[in-house]
Design a protein around this ligand. Structure first.
Ligand code: SF4
Length: 369
């Protein structure tokens, strides 16, 4: 969509001159204002970190979507995780950024401080190793994430089966991007006119699912990466499609993404998981938007192995995370932002997570945006 050849090195994707050149191209093609949503929290942080929101023409409004898996994991699931982690014979394993996410009463850190065996792992396969080394304990992995983490979560289940482990389970919490895009675009209050699709999700899933959605809602989508040049290229392609009145799907991240994606990874996901309805924190239930274990692997489901009883959830009355995750409000519009809610004492998940929009606004000083 522009005349710049792809750089060979990472530094080229952060080259200010190249970025400014693309922004100039965007400016030339603009005839009216457009509201674009970046679906991934990693993109939100890069936009804030490099000040792209301030460099872009003011006609471009970037709206932050629900692309932070930590932020959208439902309160019920977090409370369920806290309940399981408190059990004396359980070693509860999780990625690090889940530990500070507030449940109704406390977080995984507070469970660990009270003596619970909560461990941070970098891969679900680490949790399988822990299960192998601790046959006297039940080892549970909190399987959160979008389609990006689903193959590794599936692989952990397959590995546990291969090793004959009976003390390993996962708490399934994966969520899927296309149903969330449907939910956003079908909302009567929607104001998003174009999407920057998340490059890492599409690296796994491809983007074959997107053309029917773009057509149905007359909304162009462009697969976009995470470096400044990737982001402005994605914005340029989206703006060009909008200005031409074309609701089609583009790929501005072709160095990592193909139309079909990683088919071996998709096959593994389909072998172990099946789509289920899932409750997104602050948004509500989105049909067929999560991954649950399919029948053949339900013995690895922690939610079935542990009887957590009926969990009564209690959400913060102040937090407007749901409206932020749907792109209806900006973090700086939250009355608690930077006062009652900070990264040191977060009221909601978007202020905790390394990919959360509220944390990005706080970290990069967008208090008055
Ligand atoms: S600033 Fe805090 S309270 Fe407000 S929406 Fe973000 S996480 Fe929730």
């Amino acid at each position: 969509m522009n005349d710049i050849p792809f750089p060979n090195f990472l530094s080229g994707y952060r080259d200010a001159e190249l970025v400014h050149h693309v922004i100039h191209e965007i400016q030339k093609r603009l005839t009216k204002p457009w509201a674009l949503m970046e679906t991934c929290g990693g993109q939100t942080h890069a936009i804030m970190q490099y000040g792209l929101d301030q460099l872009l023409p003011e006609e471009i409004e970037l709206v932050h979507g629900p692309g932070c898996p930590v932020c959208v994991t439902s309160l019920e699931l977090i409370d369920q995780a806290l309940w399981i982690a408190r059990q004396p014979d359980v070693i509860f394993t999780s990625f690090g950024d889940m530990l500070r996410v507030p449940g109704s009463r406390g977080d995984l850190f507070s469970v660990r401080a009270a003596g619970g065996k909560v461990r941070v792992v970098y891969s679900p396969l680490d949790a399988v190793n822990i299960a192998q080394q601790n046959p006297g304990n039940e080892v549970v992995f909190f399987a959160i994430g979008f389609e990006t983490t689903a193959p590794a979560n599936a692989m952990a289940v397959l590995q546990a089966e291969k090793l004959g482990l009976t003390n390993f389970t996962i708490l399934p919490a994966n969520v899927l991007v296309p149903p969330a895009i449907h939910a956003i675009l079908s909302n009567p209050n929607n104001r998003i006119q174009g999407f920057l699709a998340a490059g890492h999700v599409c690296a796994v899933m491809g983007y074959w699912e997107y053309p029917p959605i773009a057509k149905q809602y007359k909304t162009p989508m462009v697969v976009t990466g995470f470096e400044p040049l990737d982001l402005v290229n994605g914005i340029l392609e989206t703006v060009s499609l909008l200005e031409e009145g074309r609701a089609s799907v583009g790929n501005a991240y072709s160095r990592a993404v193909t139309f079909d994606g990683n088919q071996a990874a998709q096959k593994m996901i389909q072998q172990v998981f099946e789509p289920v309805d899932r409750n997104w924190r602050g948004i509500g239930i989105i049909p067929q938007s999560g991954l649950g274990l399919c029948q053949a692997y339900q013995r690895f489901d922690a939610a079935l192995r542990f009887d957590t009883g009926k969990i009564q959830t209690k959400e913060s009355e102040i937090c407007i995370a749901g409206q932020i995750l749907q792109g209806l409000k900006k973090p700086s519009e939250c009355p608690a932002f930077g006062t009652l809610c900070t990264p040191q004492s977060p009221l909601g998940a978007p202020m905790v997570s390394s990919e959360g929009a509220c944390a990005a606004y706080f970290r990069y000083g967008r208090k008055d945006t």
